[in-house]
Ligand binder design. Sequence first.
Ligand SMILES: Cc1ncc(COP(=O)(O)O)c(C=O)c1O
Length: 485
Amino acid sequence: MACAHSLLSRIASSDGHGENSPYFDGWKAYDTDPFHPTRNPEGVIQMGLAENQLSLDLIQDWIRQNPSASICTSDGISEFKDTAIFQDYHGLPTFRNAVAKFMEKVRGGKAKFDPDRVVMSGGATGATETVAFCLADPGDAFLVPSPYYPAFNRDLRWRTGVQLLPVVCESSNDFKITREALEAAYANAQLAKIRVKGLIIANPSNPLGTLLDRETLKSVVSFITQKNIHLICDEIYSATVFAHPSLVSVAEIVEEEENHHGVAEYCNRDLIHIIYSLSKDFGLPGFRVGIIYSYNDKVVNVARKMSSFGLVSTQTQRLVASMLSDEEFTDAYLAESARRLATRHKIFTMGLAGVGINYLKGNAGLFIWMDLRKLLKEPTFEGEMGLWRTIIHEVKLNVSPGSSFHCSEPGWFRVCFANMDDETMKVALHRIRKFMVQAHEAVVPAKNRRWKNSLRLSFSTIGNRFDDVIMSPHATSPRSPLVTT
Ligand SMILES: Cc1ncc(COP(=O)(O)O)c(C=O)c1O
């Protein structure tokens, strides 16, 4: 058959969307056999989705109590005509004001946000691509510390033709971004004659669930200023921080530096751009509310024009403006959401620790970065994929392998904990416990040659070092209230 692709553009024919990765394969495995407590109790539990479903009831209550915020109610219908007619790309002033105020609130009032710099977009996805279009040409590159959010490949690269170059971060220092790693990635790009236009970071990090400390952030800002390249800070999880320390936003660093020195010494604010969205902090990815907040006047101007390709509907803007302006609600929501996330995080991490699974200590995001290196049959990415297949097909949990986050070390997995109810979480923890117990049992008789081979057969894809895991000195073992029942 003639290649149908030749009829299409290069972008359409490429697989730049990234759907052919294990990250999305896991979602497909879930889609074909989704867990349901009664209809399909043996199905796959979705733990690959960074969604915050723990506090949607609070938003639902607010909507019920504020019917005029929606045009689909008798209290709001009078706004129908103004909402339905033409919208320009500036966005409703009430929306931009409310977003700017909310971004200030989340950062504890330590940074000011100017509503005239708020540009809307279709989620953080659209916002990130728009910024890439503003800053770089095809062939140019952005540096990105690894492990990183897999869809940065789609958002920054696919339609723009921009490249991503990893800054390799390592488990030996909890995947912190060091100046050496940044310099090495930059030097490699220069050797390859690739023009680096910027650095993109996610703070809090997806997949690590950790925050950048102030010193690291200052060092990052000083690095991009010295190299005269841009910094895109994805702060989509800025209010999804549920324990100390609190977030240090790049917005704070920008202001701090200018206040201290009058003229910024290590910080050129024209190079700094923040990405935000309501998809995580409010659990509203379906609303497609994305924000670009740039300190660069030209970027604000051009991004605003580009936002014509991904505006937020006027109805959504109206509702969001109304909700975010209700400070009593947002204060209560933020406190309760953090409390629920902290509780869920504690239950889940205690469950992991109880069966000897290590993880990176984090205090933000909707996921845990699990260290399953000791379960690998061999310390390679093939070994990681083997273990991942076992987890998907035998344990029936969709978790995401580190390789899909471009982690440089095999054996790390991201597991999401806020996209399910308490009962499903119990089932997931029960399956994890069963898996670890069976794996442990498989290795004990392995010391007895008579049993070794037959037992290995049933755990053929898993490693043989479970004793190490269970007995690891790093594995604190508080007993999980869930896994003991
Ligand atoms: C770090 C990061 N940035 C951006 C996004 C995309 O968000 P949105 O749904 O607002 O497009 C996600 C979603 O998982 C994310 O984790």
